[in-house]
Design a binder for this molecule. Structure first.
Ligand SMILES: *Cc1c(COP(=O)(O)O)cnc(C)c1O
Length: 422
C-alpha cells in the first residue's frame, strides 16, 4: 500500500509517522488508513461500474463503527452474519435495503430481528432454515426475501480453515438439493424468492475457482428459469485474495482477472449482481504497532518478544498466516538480518507472530509494524491471559483519531460478577 511506507527513514501511515502515533497511543494498537480503505473500495467498485452491482462489505472482516461509517458514505451495503453485525451496520447508517444476512445457522431471535428491519434478503443456508424463516415470517404476517446459498462443491485452493465451498464444508445448500430448495420456497408462506448466492472461501488467488463456481450457478439459474423461477439478483460472495507476501499476485491484477470472470457471465445474467468482499477492502489498510519488550538469545536462535500477542492477532497461529513485519525506524541499507522468532507474552507456544523471520537487529523499546492486519484481526481479538483488548486508531491524511479505546483493567474485571453467596 502506498499509504504505509518509509519516509525520511521512519515508517508512516498516510502522512503520520508511526513514532508520532506511538507517542500518543500506548502500544500495542491497530491503525488503519482511511485513504487506503477508500482506494480499495473504489477500485473494486470501478471494476464493476458498468454492471448493476451492489457491494455488500462483509463486515466480519472489520466491523469498527468508524470503518462502517466510512464505507456507508461511499455507498457500500453490508453482508452480516449475526444480529450483532446487523445492528452495527444499521448503526453506521447502512440502509436495511442494502444488507444481506448470511450466517450458517441463524437463531430464531436473529431471524425475527432481521424481519423487523426488512433487510434486502436472507441468504438461506439449509432447507430447515428456509422452513424456519417461513414459519417466523408468516406468523407475523411478514414476508422474508430469500436467496439460497448454494454450495457449488468447488475447490477454492485456499487454506483448509477458510475454504467454504466444498461438499464437506458446513456451508450452504448442497448443489444437488438446490432445485428442491427453490421449489419448496416457491410454495412456502411468508417467503419471496429474490436471488441465488454462493461464497466459496477466502483469500482466493486462483480465479478459475470463481469461474467454475459461476458455471455451476449458471446451470442452476437456467433450470430455475425453466421452472418459472426468475431471480432479481445473483450474489457471487466474497473471497478475493490480497497480497500478504511478495510471492502473492498483486491485488489489482487479481481484481482485473476476477472482473473478467464475472463479466463473462454478466450479460447472460441480466440482473443485479451482489458482491460480498471483506478482506480485499481492508486487509492491507491496517497495521499493528508493537514495541519490543525483551530480546532473548538462546542456544540456536533469538526470540524477539513484543507487547502484542496471539490474543491481539491470532492469524499467524490459527491460519499459519504470514504477515510482513518491519521496524518503524528504517534499517540502514547495509544492515545485516538474522532469523528470529517474533513472539508475544502469552503462555502458549502458539503465541508467535513470525518464526525464523530475517530481521535486522532490534533492541528493547524499538517499534515494530505488523502489516496487512486490517481484516480478521482486531475483530478476532480476545482478552486471554487477562490482557486488555487493544486500541484501534484511524488515520486520514494528517489526522488521526482513536476509534476504539483499550478498556481499562477495571472495566475488564468488572465484566464478571461474584455471587453474594460465595
Ligand atoms: C467471510 C465472508 C465473506 C467475505 O470473505 P472475504 O474473503 O473477506 O472477501 C463474504 N461472504 C460470506 C458469506 C462470508 O462468510
Amino acid at each position: 500500500m502506498p499509504q504505509i511506507i518509509y519516509h525520511n527513514g521512519t515508517m508512516q501511515i498516510d502522512h503520520v509517522s508511526i513514532e508520532a502515533l506511538a507517542s500518543r497511543y500506548p502500544t500495542p494498537f491497530y491503525c488503519y488508513s482511511a485513504s487506503a480503505i477508500r482506494q480499495q473500495y473504489l477500485a473494486f467498485a470501478d471494476a464493476f461500474a458498468d454492471l448493476p452491482a451492489l457491494i455488500c462489505y462483509a463486515i466480519k472482516a472489520n466491523s469498527n463503527q468508524a470503518i462502517l461509517t466510512l464505507l456507508a458514505k461511499l455507498g457500500a451495503g453490508a453482508d452480516v452474519v449475526s444480529e450483532g453485525e446487523l445492528r452495527r451496520a444499521l448503526a453506521a447508517g447502512i440502509p436495511a435495503d442494502k444488507i444481506v444476512f448470511s450466517g450458517v445457522a441463524k437463531t430464531a431471535t436473529e431471524i425475527r430481528f432481521a424481519l423487523s428491519k426488512n433487510i434486502l434478503c436472507f441468504n438461506v443456508e439449509s432447507i430447515t432454515e428456509l422452513r424456519q424463516i417461513s414459519a417466523l415470517a408468516s406468523a407475523n404476517q411478514q414476508t422474508a426475501k430469500v436467496s439460497m446459498r448454494i454450495n457449488p462443491d468447488v475447490d477454492a485452493g485456499t487454506h483448509a480453515k477458510i475454504s467454504t465451498g466444498k461438499r464437506e464444508n458446513k456451508f450452504g445448500i448442497p448443489f444437488d438439493y438446490a432445485l428442491q430448495a427453490y421449489q419448496l420456497a416457491a410454495t412456502l408462506p411468508g417467503i419471496t424468492i429474490v436471488g441465488i448466492d454462493m461464497h466459496i472461501g477466502s483469500q482466493i488467488s486462483k480465479v478459475s475457482a470463481f469461474d467454475e463456481a459461476m458455471q455451476r450457478i449458471m446451470e442452476l439459474i437456467k433450470q430455475l428459469q425453466e421452472l418459472g423461477i426468475n431471480l432479481e439478483h445473483v450474489d457471487v460472495g466474497g473471497g478475493l485474495g490480497v497480497t500478504y507476501t511478495d510471492d502473492d499476485p498483486s491485488e489489482l491484477t487479481l481484481l482485473a482477472e476476477y472482473s473478467r470472470v464475472i463479466h463473462k457471465y454478466a450479460t447472460a445474467l441480466n440482473c443485479r449482481i451482489i458482491f460480498e468482499p471483506g478482506r480485499f477492502i481492508i486487509a492491507n489498510a491496517g497495521i499493528l504497532v508493537t514495541e519490543v519488550i525483551q530480546v532473548k538469545p538462546v542456544q540456536d536462535k533469538t526470540f524477539v518478544m513484543i507487547d502484542a500477542a496471539m490474543n491481539d492477532l491470532i492469524r499467524p497461529t490459527l491460519y499459519e498466516a504470514w504477515h510482513k513485519i518491519s521496524p518503524a525506524k528504517q534499517a540502514a541499507p547495509d544492515a545485516l538480518s538474522q532469523p528470529v522468532d517474533i513472539v508475544g507474552p502469552v503462555c502458549e507456544s502458539g503465541d508467535y507472530m513470525a518464526q525464523n523471520r530475517p530481521l535486522t537487529t532490534v533492541v528493547v523499546g524499538d517499534l515494530l509494524v505488523i502489516h496487512s492486519v486490517g481484516a480478521y484481526s482486531a475483530v478476532a481479538s480476545n482478552t486471554y491471559n487477562s490482557r486488555r483488548l487493544i486500541a484501534e486508531v484511524l488515520v486520514d491524511g494528517e489526522r488521526d483519531q482513536l476509534i476504539r479505546p483499550s478498556p481499562s483493567y477495571r472495566q475488564l474485571i468488572e465484566l464478571d460478577s461474584v455471587p453474594d453467596w460465595l
